[in-house]
Ligand binder design. Structure first.
Ligand code: NAD
Length: 494
């Protein structure tokens, strides 16, 4: 199958574009080919989106919502079909793929509900016979740039709030996972979303992504990906005075205190560190453990590892799938070698699985645990984005929080403890955008804000009501029905 761009409600195949294969990371199977579009396809999509936006903004929001409800029902109807494609193109195990599609369904219904809310404020005026209110206004054409690790969920976090608020979108998915975007575009077509409201352009970041950021008619860029790319997007976007929302990397930690339910902590760590083969932005990559329970926790973690089957995520017994590609495998291995050189102790795993079937054709890395890791080591500071976790010993809650906060990222953190005083201190002092108590570092729900502090972002949030702030401008409206000129701050005596 050769994928086509979806522009202005039509499937466009442009003469002369180069195509590259989309490969199943579990076994090397070629799933499709994807075009490497150019600035010219971006221009076409932006023209269509700009034209459509004028009309779309005039459609009452509850009517716009009807399309989102239909999209939600379609996603629900196709859930298993989509989950299987997701597993094939991205590698995450099938139950997680189902969960990711469910996130899209939830987001569709949640944002459809916004069609009857999109609340602004009414507030008293300081003058008589005058009415004051604020409303959310759409901004225009929104450019979405998304990563491969959540190829459908992240796109729904961004596109649905943008669309419900009266914007139109041009979406550039990751070149690694274009199939989910292709499936979403089919759904946009099937539900009859007006032409030009949602467009998909496939291609690389430097070509298609940059062209979107630079385009004068793209007013907002919503980006999720690595810090290296995010800073380029921010720089270019800043030059063109764009509103840029960035969601980037993490170095998330689970804190295990001496009074924790250790069995629960082990389950939380295993799920957060090795689910999606450690390739979630919220993956646990550090365990900060109180010295009194370190040995017990380590023993329990190593024993729990033995029940993790590695393999093709379509097999329902498999718990850890492949990583996305060869470059990811090499990067993970590189960090493991760094960890060894830095003097950390390899407690489990540490190797690329390559030689025997099914591992010989895919990209598999053993779930890996380092212990005796010092906070200043590279493996404790940088995002590895693979199934590798570092155990760091501490002597108190205060030290645990300090270690948690000592990295440049601030996405997710978690604490396992039974002590309400420690828990409340921790949730106050952990400098991350998401905090979990007695659960791992993953598991966000779509009606709460999603994003991080410090180097993880630039103050915006995906999901929840907060997402609407990215895709709307506040407009303050004053209606004077006094029939005379009244001057604010001056004519105050009535
Ligand atoms: P990436 O930065 O390589 O790519 C992200 C997107 O940016 C892709 O669509 C890519 O094509 C595009 N891109 C690349 N260069 C570009 C350029 N010069 N201009 C414009 N766009 C460009 O990231 P990735 O490898 O796809 O994803 C993994 C990263 O994403 C990890 O760092 C992970 O933590 C992060 N992530 C963050 C969140 C979050 O919400 N904070 C969620 C998921 C993933």
């Amino acid at each position: 199958m050769q994928l086509k761009n979806y522009i202005d409600g039509k499937w466009i195949s442009t003469e002369g574009l180069q195509y590259i294969p989309v490969v199943n990371p579990a076994n090397g199977e070629k799933l499709a080919t994807v075009p490497l579009s150019t600035k010219s396809e971006v221009d076409q999509a932006v023209v269509a989106a700009k034209k459509a936006q004028k009309q779309w903004a005039l459609v009452p929001a509850p009517k716009r919502a009807e399309f989102l409800y239909e999209i939600g029902f379609k996603l629900k109807e196709k859930k298993e079909h989509l989950a299987r494609i997701l597993t094939k193109e991205m590698g995450k195990v099938i139950e997680e793929a189902r969960g990711e599609v469910q996130e899209g369904i939830d987001m569709a219904f949640y944002m459809a509900g916004e069609g009857r809310r999109l609340f602004g404020e009414t507030t008293p005026s300081e003058l008589a016979d005058k009415f004051a209110m604020s409303v959310r206004a759409p901004i225009g054409v929104v450019g979405l740039i998304t990563p491969w690790n959540f190829p459908i969920a992240i796109a729904t976090w961004k596109s649905f709030p943008a669309i419900i608020a009266g914007n139109t979108v041009v979406w550039k998915p990751s070149i690694e996972t274009p199939l989910m975007a292709y499936e979403m575009a089919k759904i946009f077509e099937e539900v009859g979303l007006p032409n030009g409201v949602a467009n998909v352009v496939f291609g690389t970041g430097p070509n298609v992504g940059s062209a979107m950021v630079e385009h004068p008619d793209v007013k907002v860029i919503s980006f999720t990906g690595s810090n290296a790319t995010g800073s380029k997007v921010a720089e270019l976007g800043g030059k063109h005075l764009k509103k840029v929302s960035l969601e980037m990397g993490g170095k998330n930690a689970v804190i295990v205190m001496d009074d924790a339910n250790l069995q629960l902590a082990v389950e939380g760590i295993i799920w957060s560190a090795f689910g999606t083969a450690g390739q979630r932005c919220t993956a646990c990559s550090r365990v900060i453990v109180h010295k009194d329970v370190k040995n017990d926790l380590e023993e329990m973690l190593v024993s729990a590892l033995s029940s993790l089957t590695i393999g093709d995520g379509l097999d329902p017994t498999v718990k850890v799938g492949p990583v996305i590609n060869k470059a990811a495998l090499e990067k993970i291995n590189h960090y493991v070698q760094i960890g060894k050189r830095e003097g950390a102790t390899l407690l489990a795993g540490g190797k690329t699985l390559t030689t025997t079937p099914p591992f010989d054709k895919g990209f598999y890395f053993e779930p890996t645990i380092f212990t005796n890791v010092k906070n200043e080591m590279i493996i404790a500071q940088e995002e590895i984005f693979g199934p590798v976790v570092s155990i760091i010993e501490v002597a108190s809650l205060e030290e645990a929080i300090e270690v948690n906060n000592s990295v440049k990222f601030g996405l997710s953190s978690s604490i396992f403890s039974q002590d309400v005083n420690k828990i409340f201190k921790a949730q106050r002092d952990l400098d991350t955008g998401i905090v979990y108590v007695n659960a791992g570092t993953t598991g966000a729900e779509i009606h709460l804000p999603f994003g991080g502090t410090k180097g993880t972002g630039n103050g915006h949030r995906d999901s929840g009501q907060a997402a609407l702030d990215v895709y709307t401008e506040w407009k303050s409206i004053y209606v004077d029905y006094s029939g005379k000129l009244q001057r604010a701050q001056i004519d105050t005596e009535n």
